[in-house]
Design a binder for this molecule. Sequence first.
Ligand code: SF4
Length: 184
Amino acid sequence: MPAIVGRGGAWFAGLGGGRGTKLFGLSGHVRRPGLVEMELGCTLRTLLETLGGGTPSGRPLRAVVLGGPSGSVVHPRQLDEPLVPRGPVNPGTGGVAALDATASVADAVRTLLAFNTRESCGKCTPCREGTARLLARLDGPVDGAEIASLAEVIQAASLCGLGQAAPASVLSGLAEFPGEFGLS
Ligand code: SF4
């Protein structure tokens, strides 16, 4: 607020290519976790390497969970993509959880989906039943087509944003890291 008062609304409105700024919460395998405010259009590399100081172990990143439990799993080759809403790498809520080379993407996806399954209020069937069934299908041999079909129903037929976004981490995890789920 002091910066806006001091520099004016036009200055603030011009940040981030007119998109403004966003708060990002850095967590996971990052040397300096915490909350940072950056212009939209910044990159995950800037957030996690320049501001976050890289991984504490020095190991390379395996993946980034972006946008919280309803967000997506991002591959390191997208570290230099600008973070813009509805862009190739959507910042979502701004949660940025770094996973280094020792982490399991499949375990991370299970944890994220388990959270949404627990948080489902149970009002509508696609979310209440669908998220639990989706979670169960991550154990044992994974059938990518079956998961995609179930995820589509949950996204299309759930009443609110929790259900509509619940499969996002599963779909992005399967797409970017199929080997972690036993797929080629
Ligand atoms: S989609 Fe929303 S309303 Fe439906 S069960 Fe899930 S949390 Fe409840």
